[in-house]
Design a protein around this ligand. Sequence first.
Ligand code: GLU
Length: 486
Amino acid sequence: MINETPRVRFAPSPTGYLHVGGLRTALYNYLFAKRNGGKFILRIEDTDRNRYVEGAVENLIKTMNWVGLNYDEGPDIDGNYGPYFQSERLEIYKKYADRLIEEGKAYYCFCTADRLTRLREEQQKAKLPQAKYDKHCLSLSKEEIQQKLNAGERYVIRLNVKPGPKVSFNDEVRDRVEFDRDSIDDQILIKSDSFPTYHMANVVDDHLMKITHVIRGEEWLSSTPKHVLLYDYLGWELPIFAHLPLLLNSDKSKLSKRQGDVAVEDYRDKGYFKESLINFVALLGWSAGDNVEFYNLQELIEKFSLDRVHKAGAVFNVEKLNWLNEEHLRSKPNEELLEGLKKALTVSKYKNLNLTDEYLLLIVEAMKERVSFVKDYIDSCTYFYEDPTEYDETVIKKRWKEKSPEYLEKYKERISTIENPTKEDFEKTLKDLAEELEVGLGQFMHPLRLAVSGVGGGPGMFDLLYIVGKDRIISRISTAFEKIKK
Ligand code: GLU
C-alpha cells in the first residue's frame, strides 16, 4: 500500500485541443488530489513526433487555466520532478531501456518494416488470434548486435515478455483485472527515432514522478498489463490504477466528433460556463449517490471518491449540459452576468450603444429565469437594444383585436403625463384603465407587449415596460399602429 501523500497526474498527448474526455480525466485527478490533500501534476506526453501539432500545448494549458483546474506541478510552473515534457526526458528513458537490455528484459530489434509486414501477413493467414512479434532478434549474439549498431542499422528496443502466469492488477473501478501473458506483445519501448513509446515513458515517469494513483480513461486499460510487466521488470512498486468509464454518444457508440463537439474550447466558445462544464463532466461516470446534480467545484472536492466511479459507459447528454448551464447562470451574482453581457455586447451589432451598467443590470435581473446562456441576454430580447421591426404574426392573429389600438392609445396618453414613471406606475396605469373601461387586463397586456417588443413572450410585463421606458413605449406604440395590419 502506498501511504505517502497522493500524487496524481493528467498526462495528455497534445493533439491541438482539450477533449471533453480529457477534461473528465483531469477533473477526477484534480478532485482526488484536492480531496486527499495530494498533488496534481500536468505532464505533457509528447513523444509521438508524427502527431506533433504547433501550439497544441499552449492551447491545452490555456484551456486548463480557463476551467480552473490548477496543477501543482507542470511544464509552465515546474516542480521537483521535471522536466514535465516527455520530449525533454529522452535520456532518462534510454537509461532505463539500457538497464532492461543488460538484464535480458529488453532487446534490440533490427527487423525491417518489410519483414514485420510479412510476419503480420503470415500470422493473419495462419489465423492467429493476434499479430505478435516473433522474437526474431532475441537470438542475435552480442557480437552481431554490436556489429549492427556499429554499422548504424536502425533499431528499436523491445520488451522481452517471458512466459509466466497471468498478469493481474487491482483497479479501483474494475476490481481485479487479469490478462493472459500470451496476449502481450514484445512491445517497442524505444522507437527507431530514439523517442520512447507511450508505455515506456508513461511507466518511467509515473515512477520517477512518484505518482501514487493512475487515474485515466478506460481506453488505456488494455495497455496496463504491459505497464504492469514493465514495473515488475524494473523492480518498481505498482501505483494504484483507476480506469474511468468510456464516454458514449447518445446511441451508445464511443463519443466521437462526428456526433457533436468534443473540444472543451468549442463549448467555451458556444458560451457554456466553465462551472457547468466541470459540473457536467463530473457526472460522466461518477455520482455521489444522493441524487444531487448541481455542484460547484468546491462541493465536488468535498464529495468525490473513486469508489463511486461507475463501470458502465457514461452517455454524453447535451440537454443535461444545457440544463446545468441554466442552473449555473441562475446561481451567479448579477454583477458577474453583467460583465459577461458587456463582453458579449462588444462583439454584437449593439457594440456602439453605450448602455449603462444600471440599464444592463435591469435586463440581467428581468431575464435571469428565462435565459440559458449569457448571449441569450442579447439574442432572446433584442427589443431592449432596438425597436422591433417585425411583429410576430401568430401573436397578431391571436392577440391584436379591433379595440387594441384604442386601448393602447389611451395607455400611451396616460403614461405620457407621468414624469419618470416607476414600474409600479406602469402597472397601476394599466390596471386603472382596464378597470375604468371594464375590460380584462389581457386586452391591454397582450397588444401592449406585442407593440413594445414585437413578440408574445418575455420578461414580466412591467419589467419590460420599465426597462424599455416611457419614451420608447410611446414611440413603439405609434409605430405598431402603422405596422400591425390584420
Ligand atoms: N498520453 C495519454 C493520453 O493522451 C495518457 C494516458 C495515461 O494517462 O496514461 O491520454
